[in-house]
Ligand binder design. Structure first.
Ligand code: DMJ
Length: 456
């Protein structure tokens, strides 16, 4: 089924928005997000590995030809360093490792080099935004007094390690190792990492902590850096398990109805709200369970299962059976969105991602059943003639579409669904880690990687 879904999403993108970043499936035209400046083709690059894994050979070939002929980084564009890294660099790296086609390696390294000026700050903590022509960077104007964002500068590590590996240039790895050095010099409130860090002063901005938006993939990349190193990156391992300990103590709570959730923390006060983005953490806890110190393996798997259940409830308690952007555990509700502007669903993957990890790690059939419920809901409410669209209010009985087919729907949501219903030996966890945009990267052997070993 996910193969049919991918075909529908891809064919319509091709028909109406070929070469542009994303598709507007209702108005049947291209959608340009300013996250990519005027770098084009986000959907193509994000979808490459999904096409490859699903054996959509013709489509993969035309995507590759587009990359060869049209993917151009010599543009005057201000881009989000994080988004371009996870979608474009990550997408190109996976396409290279899966297919062995040199063009993808070349483009990934070329783009990586364009991103390097972002690190030209007093601390080496990169800017959020970068003009890839002039090399001038800056931060989001809304981010706590000129701060960089934890989930942005903390989500470069996997790709940059591979860029050094593939180019022979150690600079990429040095840049991301320095980020850790800066973090490890700082005092952390209650052992937690605030979402904001000023790249000039090297001090934290506002003390807001989140395992959802603004924080999320920083934690994910600590664990995966350790796994991707063939479990040799001790620093990554320690930072991950220490962080989870602080999260468990200070952010994880249980509702009166028995649902475990991860709250947000603002200067010591808890906001009892969990984002759809936060739902990825179920899969992360389960993936990291095996290496957990102090006999905590069982606890980490259990946390994964409890978060999966809570996120499933957030879907089940809507009329469309698709989860809201954020749900709350206060004012008499549990796992329900109470604010109008938190009721939307934009084809995000995190809940299905967690089902996929839980399935692989436990083989409890309920995860496939829950994934199937999501497929049915996507087909019923998000599928339209011109592709797949997000929904403005998942509690309403009348669909109101947002008219965007996000590129991560093809790279993540559909890939995780496909893997959920595949055998475990397709991209096995012993050989691959997924970047935060679901792009698989091979685990580097202790002696730094034997590429044939990682094929399959
Ligand atoms: C994706 O780009 C990545 O999963 C990122 O980590 C978070 N946001 C979207 C999907 O929701």
């Amino acid at each position: 089924v996910s193969l049919q879904m991918m075909k529908h999403a891809w064919d319509n993108y091709k028909r109406y928005a070929w070469g542009l970043n994303e598709l507007k499936p209702i108005s049947k035209q291209g959608h340009s997000s300013n996250l990519f400046g005027n770098i084009q083709g986000a959907t193509i690059v994000d979808a490459l590995d999904t096409l490859y894994i699903m054996e959509m050979k013709e489509e993969f070939k035309e995507a590759k030809e587009w990359v060869e002929q049209n993917l151009d980084f010599n543009v005057n564009a201000e881009i989000s360093v994080f988004e371009v890294n996870i979608r474009f660099v990550g997408g190109l790296l996976s396409a290279y490792y899966l297919s062995g086609e040199e063009i993808f390696r070349k483009k990934a390294v070329e783009l990586g080099e364009k991103l390097l000026p972002a690190f030209n700050t007093p601390t080496g903590i990169p800017w959020a935004l970068l003009n890839i022509k002039s090399g001038i960077g800056r931060n989001w104007p809304w981010a706590s007094g000129g701060s960089s964002i934890l989930a942005e500068f903390g989500t470069l590590h996997l790709e940059f390690i591979h860029l050094s590996h593939l180019s022979g240039n150690p600079l990429f790895a040095e840049k991301v190792m320095n980020i850790r050095k800066v973090l490890n010099r700082l005092d952390k409130p209650e052992g937690l990492y605030p979402n904001y860090l000023n790249p000039s002063s090297g001090q934290w901005g506002q003390h807001h902590v989140s395992i959802g938006g603004l924080g999320d993939s920083f934690y994910e990349y600590l664990l995966k850096a350790w796994l991707m190193s063939g479990k040799t990156d001790e620093e990554g391992r320690k930072m991950y398990y220490d962080a989870v300990q602080a999260i468990e103590t200070h952010l994880i709570r249980k509702s009166s109805g028995g649902l475990t959730y991860i709250a947000e923390w603002k200067g010591g006060l808890l906001e009892h709200k969990m984002g759809h983005l936060t739902c990825f953490a179920g899969g992360m806890f389960a993936l990291g369970a095996d290496g957990a110190p102090n006999d905590k393996t069982g606890r980490h798997t259990e946390l994964g299962a409890e978060i999966a259940r809570t996120c499933h409830e957030s879907y089940d308690r809507t009329s469309m059976k698709l989860g809201p952007e954020a749900f709350r555990f206060d004012g008499g509700v549990e796992a329900i969105a109470t604010r109008q502007n938190e009721k939307y669903y934009i084809l995000r993957p995190e809940v299905i991602e967690t089902y996929m990890y839980m399935w692989r790690l436990t083989h409890d059939p309920k995860y496939r059943q829950w994934g199937w419920e999501a497929v049915e809901a996507l087909e019923k409410y998000c599928r339209v003639d011109g592709g797949y669209s997000g929904i403005r209010d998942v509690y309403s009985n009348r669909q109101s579409h947002d008219d965007v087919q996000q590129s991560f729907f093809l790279s993540e949501t559909l890939k995780y669904l496909y893997l959920l219903f595949s055998e475990d030996d397709l991209l096995p966890f012993e050989h691959w880690v997924f970047n935060t945009e679901a792009h698989p990267l091979p685990i580097l052997d202790k002696d730094d990687g034997n590429k044939e070993e990682t094929q399959k």
